[in-house]
Design a protein around this ligand. Sequence first.
Ligand code: HOZ
Length: 464
Amino acid sequence: MTAPISTRAALTDANGAAHHVSHVPHSRTASQEAFEAAQRVLVGGVNSPARAFRGVGGTPVFIDRASGSRTYDIDGNDYIDYVLSWGPMILGHADPEVIEAVQAAVARGTSYGAPTLAETELAELVVEMVPGAEVLRLVSSGTEATMSALRLARAATGRDKILKFAGCYHGHADMLLAQAGSGVATFGLPDSPGVPAGTIADTLVAPYNDLAAVEAAFAAHGPDMAAVIVEPVAANMGLVLPVDGFLEGLRRLCDEHGTMLIFDEVLTGFRVAPGGAAAHYGITPDIVTLGKVIGGGLPLAAYAARREVMETVSPLGPMYQGGTLSGNPIATAAGIATLRKLRRPGLFDGIVERTVTLVEGIAAAAARHDIPVQTAHLGTLGGIFFAGGPVHDFATAKASDTDRYARVFHGLLLRGVAIAPSQFEAMFLSAAHSDADIADTLAAFDAVFADLSTAPDHHGYDRP
Ligand code: HOZ
């Protein structure tokens, strides 16, 4: 199939009637040319597979700039953005307070390789906000955080085995690339070549939300189990909420077996609640990993635990982990400005309210057009699956209609709304998304659903 990019015909329904359209798209020829040039010198034309549009087909949109709720592409189109750099931009793009803090930091130098006051200030904010985070180590990416958290769990327990859940994504460290979500799920990879069998020999995988499977794993391997690592709210296979008792069950089993419970809150931290999923569910993990929002859009992440566990880490303990750019002064400035503003009364609740309006509105629009959909929302995260029955784990997520997701994705993009270019990702909202943005987005969903139900072969929405 060819890729009909932006045509006015795509904005009419099967009978030629125009829908309410808040946005008239231009062509995307500049993006197409940019992608061709990029592919000559960058593998697949991208620096992270999740950006490659392989899950939906077509050419990635090249972004020129972003502000508030919107991204602007190099052809001059703009999009109400629900990707938000895959989560970090909780205040919206180019938030003035964050930009001011970053500019002030840049003017004082970009990296010192020595301690700064800002690192302590950011850590103090996190300790106040996040249950279980008593002492932190700042790193530069979520992958580094989860990789280090596992090393810590193994060092602190003297055990090797870890348990993860199918469809949960914890970055691309070798021992976590087993039945992973996010880009790994988008590309349908059970695991990755290049990961030695020995490296994942100690990685056990259970279905998300399946406490009986976890109990069985503990029955077989309890004395060897260093850690259970989980996205407390799974947000890398689409958005899948934990069923009642699942997280409590993990906590109990880990306590019974002397195993570290690691909450990977890279996506959910500061998003499910200001204190993350641990605060929302009232369950304190032994180790927590944070990323995305904590850096306000710059490369920064962290792992944290109670003091005696963190004392395993060098320079206090024997477990080595370090990094030249860890706690970078520009990134910490962005993180501090972001977390400070996020704590302002009413700000977080406003994002949550608009998330509810959006997700419930999508469900209502789908119902109007007889399109089976499963939606979920929690805090500032939303999710949609085109499925007739409940989605509670990776198997049910993968059984949803990814082709329909791709068509909806392209229909929305034509109407100036950007959701993730993969079924296996969440929707992210920010403080910059206004009521008008939500209304425009819902109008776009309604129009796309109308077209899909009346004209299933609508060319404008083909998966290229
Ligand atoms: N963890 C990100 C969202 N699932 C993926 C972003 C990326 O890999 O580029």
